[in-house]
Design a protein around this ligand. Structure first.
Ligand code: PHB
Ligand code: FE
Length: 344
């Protein structure tokens, strides 16, 4: 690490920017990548992330499957709201236009020892670098969005092909609701979305909608349980109803949320089916603050000053409710808004 030869190449993603990459390793076939002082290298089992601190280089290891699932979410969600921690140590903070990449910054033992590093990049540059890592490191047969039971073990080992279809999955943007005229489509067998193996008991009937003449394109309803039963991905909220800044983002979950999300606003969870356990930690230090098990019908608000990670022992349906009101992060950071939404 640190003595590898990197050269700038134009990204094969849009917008085209320069990405620092090495030659493919002669043994494993994988390239290494560099952005600012950070270097990313993978071998058969691990992603190795390193950064400069205290006149040396700190090197951090993550299992490569966990790393790829995490970086995939960061890319797919455009760095999301606030913090996307890949694990306790490494992650990004969205400054909306720019992105911070950090190592050890929100992990108290490293931060207090001065072994942390934070650098800020223009969003398109770090996006292109992360995409280049995914292009190179995801092998054929491995889908970072799939539940472990539903994807291959080809994530491990030396480089074997790629899986561009999985990492460039086209997400249809929803303007109001799926199934409305001119909006994103509903899911069906015919459109390539069969019912998931764990949701075969979910009723597939659609509601009957009777609109007054003239309102046929305005009044709409669909079976959300049916829609979610046909989701082919895990831990990937998709917008299914937009009302000004209120975004309904339900999702299907199985295994572990690949990131530890640090909020820059309050977000609400409604557990629609089955069960998820959440670890809730202090956003700065990682100290455990709470563990909640949510069963079907439970509602929780995640405060604006924590980070959280969920565990779903079988595939479950979760309704995530996001508030996209402009300026919210500043209101929380300045203390004008309390970090929690209700006082009892
Ligand atoms: C979250 O960070 O709140 C989150 C992200 C992805 C999910 C569910 C929750 O699938
Ligand atoms: Fe969250």
């Amino acid at each position: 690490m640190g003595d590898m030869n990197f050269k700038a190449v134009l990204s094969n993603s849009q917008p085209q920017v320069e990405v620092m990459t090495s030659e493919a390793d002669k043994v494993t076939g994988y390239r290494s990548f560099r952005i600012g002082g950070f270097e990313f290298m993978r071998d058969e089992y691990f992603a190795r992330i390193s950064w400069p601190a205290k006149n040396t280089r700190i090197s951090h290891l993550m299992p490569v499957d966990a790393f790829l699932r995490a970086i995939m979410r960061d890319v797919a969600w455009g760095f999301f709201y606030g913090w996307v921690n890949f694990d306790a140590v490494v992650g990004t903070r969205n400054l909306y236009g720019k992105v911070e990449l950090f190592g050890g910054r929100y992990y108290a033992p490293m931060k207090s020892a001065g072994l942390d590093c934070t650098e800020t990049f223009d969003s398109p540059v770090i996006m292109a670098t992360f995409k280049a890592i995914l292009f190179d490191w995801v092998n054929a047969g491995f889908d970072p969005f799939a539940a472990p039971e539903e994807t291959g073990k080809t994530v491990y080992g030396v480089k074997k092909g790629s899986n561009l279809a999985a990492i460039e999955r086209y997400r249809v943007p929803t303007k109001r609701m799926p199934g409305m005229v001119g909006d994103s489509p509903l899911r069906s067998d015919a459109s390539g979305f069969p019912v998931n193996r764990q949701f075969t008991d979910v009723p597939q009937d659609e509601p009957e909608v009777k609109a007054e003449p003239g309102f046929e394109k305005e009044l709409h309803a669909f079976n959300l349980f049916k829609y979610l039963s046909r989701s082919d991905v895990t831990w990937n909220p998709s917008v299914t109803a937009v009302c000004n800044a209120s975004l309904a983002c339900p999702t299907t979950e199985e295994y572990i949320l690949p990131i530890v999300h640090g909020n820059d606003r309050v977000e609400w969870f409604v557990q629609l089916s089955d069960e998820i356990t959440w670890d809730v930690q202090d956003k700065e230090t990682g100290a455990l603050r709470a563990r909640i098990t949510m069963k079907a019908g439970d509602v929780a608000a995640m405060p604006a000053d924590i980070k959280h990670q969920g565990y779903s022992p079988k595939r479950s349906m979760l309704f995530v409710w996001e508030n996209a009101t402009p300026g919210l992060p500043q209101l929380y950071e300045s203390g004008k808004l309390k970090p929690y939404p209700v006082e009892f």
